[in-house]
Design a protein around this ligand. Structure first.
Ligand SMILES: [Zn+2]
Length: 308
């Protein structure tokens, strides 16, 4: 009798432990962001890995874990796999995988010219560029593990006009270059630049390409970047809140005019920060049971472009 009961209990427990729901497959365009969900009654942790990148999951309500996953602007279209390790109460581990279909996006091609001095690099300039690359690589290599961000990401400047330039394939002085890995927002000289979300200031500096720059680490592998700034108002290591003024916009670095270059990086994928704004705004609208109203960006093909 007792044995039977124990067996029944074990079976019930086993059945319970196996009951996991998850996003089995999803699609994402190059440079965009999707949310992955995993749920299970006795899950206490979810870990993800895609290639060599760690994908951070965070609890959302009870028994649900979510992660934002992005496809790099130059990700190869096709199937990618996201591997999950689910830990249940009592320590039992289960593995799952998610098929992530990366879809090609039609990006604009734009041609523009910069002064030849930016193009023909002296050894001193090359050294500066190396210093710039190393500084960024250093911060991306050591993300804050905990999630610091909350709710929707904000546009860092309040101007309506924005150049829909993310991902554009660029031809500079007649030569094809790496794609534009951010969105350029219209911002007259000296416009206040706000932190898009809560985070830690992990880089404040002046660089050859990016000019006056600030990088915020929002935790869980998510960073936002603000370039070509004229004044830096945040200190490395400081914690900032969403909406805090961290800088004034400018035209420093390799630019042809004042604007804010705004970039985002998610598990080392270069993604469109406006995709992050839309994704997180929809999220919170859904959470409140409200209808989501994605803001329509005014598309403006200006002549001012940064080379970032
Ligand atoms: Zn730019």
């Amino acid at each position: 009798m007792l044995l039977t009961l124990l067996a029944a209990a074990t079976m019930a427990y086993g059945a319970e432990a196996a009951k996991v729901g998850w996003t089995k497959s999803t699609e994402v365009f190059q440079g965009e962001v999707v949310e992955i969900k995993v749920s299970g009654n006795d899950l206490i942790a979810v870990e993800g890995r895609m290639g060599k990148e760690k994908i951070y999951f965070f609890p959302k309500g009870s028994h649900v874990f979510t992660a934002l996953v992005g496809a790099d602007v130059e990700a190869k279209p096709g199937l990618a796999k996201l591997f999950l390790t689910l830990t249940s109460y009592g320590g039992a581990e289960q593995r799952r995988e998610i098929a992530l279909k990366v879809k090609a996006k039609a990006f604009h091609t734009e041609s523009f010219s910069v002064p030849p001095s930016f193009d023909q690099m002296s050894p001193e300039t090359l050294e500066e560029v190396r210093r710039e690359q190393a500084a960024f690589a250093r911060v991306f290599a050591a993300p804050v593990r905990d999630r610091l961000w909350e709710g929707p990401f904000l546009r860092p400047v309040t101007h309506e006009a924005s150049a829909a330039s993310f991902g554009s394939r660029r031809i500079i002085n007649g030569m094809p270059r790496s794609p534009h890995s951010g969105t350029d927002l219209a911002a007259p000289m000296g416009t206040e630049v706000m932190a898009s979300n809560h985070g830690r200031v992990v880089l404040v500096g002046n660089f050859f390409f990016a000019g006056g720059s600030i990088v915020l680490d929002h935790g869980g592998g998510l960073f936002t970047m603000y370039f070509h700034l004229s004044e830096l108002k945040a200190e490395e290591g400081a914690m900032v809140k969403k909406g805090d003024v961290i800088a004034l916009s400018g035209a420093t670095g390799r630019v042809t005019g004042p604007h804010l270059h705004w970039g985002a990086r998610l598990a080392n994928a270069r993604v469109d920060p406006l995709a992050l704004v839309n994704k997180t705004s929809n999220e919170s609208a859904q959470a409140q049971g409200a209808k989501s109203v994605p803001s329509k960006m005014e598309i403006e093909h200006g002549t001012e472009r940064s080379a970032q």
